[in-house]
Ligand binder design. Structure first.
Ligand code: AHG
Ligand code: MN
Ligand code: MN
Length: 350
């Protein structure tokens, strides 16, 4: 079947026309990211035929065993973006430190941040996995970690590529959240889901229930109320979905509504949370807000957090406006009874 749809490159070029001073570098950077994701998708689809499944003997700086695909995806992102002159430096969940563009190579003014392979525990079982990325700007030619520690509201672009039954790129550059499906027959991402909007009401949540006894009271209260079904305060039957790959759990939520939570729990206080602010929480929060949803730690808007370090972890709760408002109200009430500070501020919740 032939598509007459808009390709990802065409979409980005159209968007760039809004900025008369644009150099075209951003379009080229997005193209390089798209090429990286297509290469990862090709490796993912071959699976064990290409010997890409299984673990390496290495641990990343977060103490997690690296899977072969974590390393392949990371290397592809570095290789495709290091030599093109659009990027000043990169940071990855799989690398301890900032990756500077080597001396002698052209540097641009973008910082590229990525989780090369999200949902690593799904690799072996042929489950959905993805890549998450975020782009910031810098005027430094030799950026350090401190230059990356910008609030999420400063992101100029965020997106993910989902390697599911189809490969999809979903991205925002601050004008809505848009979905592109890879047509393998022509090797192009085609705009199939323009201006995705998260339904405001939902009866579906995604959370790792095995941590139930460890959650803070406001989250337990929300889930308890949902689980009471039609006879409970929510007066409807809820269902629970949990893929264990944030990229898939968030994609489902953007498509049909829901709540995704990896909240603070008593086993995570030392770490600060489970998910990573720079590689996971910030890009997903940007995408969710641009699709009309809310993204919070429970107490503060994720996009307003000032990052303290590259590999910082944070609690994450995001999704449909109606249920997120209930979750935020629960946190607000709990904060007023304890010594916690509630300062979530965003246009969707005042
Ligand atoms: P990654 O594979 O990049 O380490 O991220 C996995 C994350 C996230 O995608 C998912 O929601 C969460 O880890 C699942 O964690 P648990 O299996 O501990 O619940
Ligand atoms: Mn991840
Ligand atoms: Mn990862």
């Amino acid at each position: 079947m032939t598509h007459f749809g808009v390709t990802l490159s065409q979409y980005i070029m159209e968007e760039q026309r809004r900025y008369p001073d644009a150099t075209g570098n951003f379009t080229l950077l997005l193209n390089d990211i798209a090429v990286s994701c297509k290469m990862i998708a090709a490796a993912v689809q071959k699976g064990q035929l290409a010997n890409v499944l299984g673990a390496t003997e290495n641990e990343n700086c977060q103490g997690e065993t690296q899977q072969i695909l974590d390393v392949i995806a990371n290397d592809l992102f570095i290789k495709n973006n290091a030599k093109r002159g659009h990027v000043a430096a990169m940071a990855s969940e799989e690398m301890d430190d900032v990756y500077p563009i080597p001396d002698g190579q052209p540097r641009g003014n973008y910082l590229l941040i990525f989780d090369p392979l999200d949902g690593s525990s799904n690799i072996e079982i042929n489950g959905p996995i993805g890549t998450i990325f975020s782009i910031l700007k810098t005027d430094k030619k030799h950026p350090t970690e401190a230059d990356f520690l910008q609030e999420g509201v400063k992101q100029v672009c965020a997106g993910y590529c989902l390697y599911g039954s189809a490969t999809m790129m979903v991205l925002t550059i601050g004008h809505g959240t848009h979905g592109f499906t890879l047509d393998p027959s022509i090797g192009e991402f085609i705009l199939t889901h323009p201006d995705m909007k998260i339904p405001e009401t939902t009866a579906e949540y995604a959370i790792n229930q095995a941590n139930r006894n460890l959650w803070e009271p406001p989250v337990r209260q929300y889930v308890d109320d949902c689980d009471l079904g039609v006879g409970g305060p929510r007066k409807k039957k809820y269902t629970m979905r949990w893929v264990g790959a944030m990229v898939m759990d968030i994609h489902r939520l953007i498509q049909r509504g829901g709540v995704f939570a990896y909240p603070m729990d008593s086993s995570l206080t030392q770490k600060g949370g489970r998910l990573r602010l720079m590689y996971e929480a910030n890009p997903m929060a940007f995408l969710v807000e641009q699709a009309g949803g809310i993204a919070t730690t429970g107490y503060e808007r994720i996009l307003n957090l000032t990052p303290q370090k590259l590999h910082q972890r944070v609690p994450v709760i995001m999704g449909s406006k109606e249920d997120m408002t209930i979750l935020l109200d629960n946190h607000k009430a709990y904060a007023s009874e304890t010594d916690k500070e509630f300062k979530h501020q965003c246009p969707q919740y005042q």
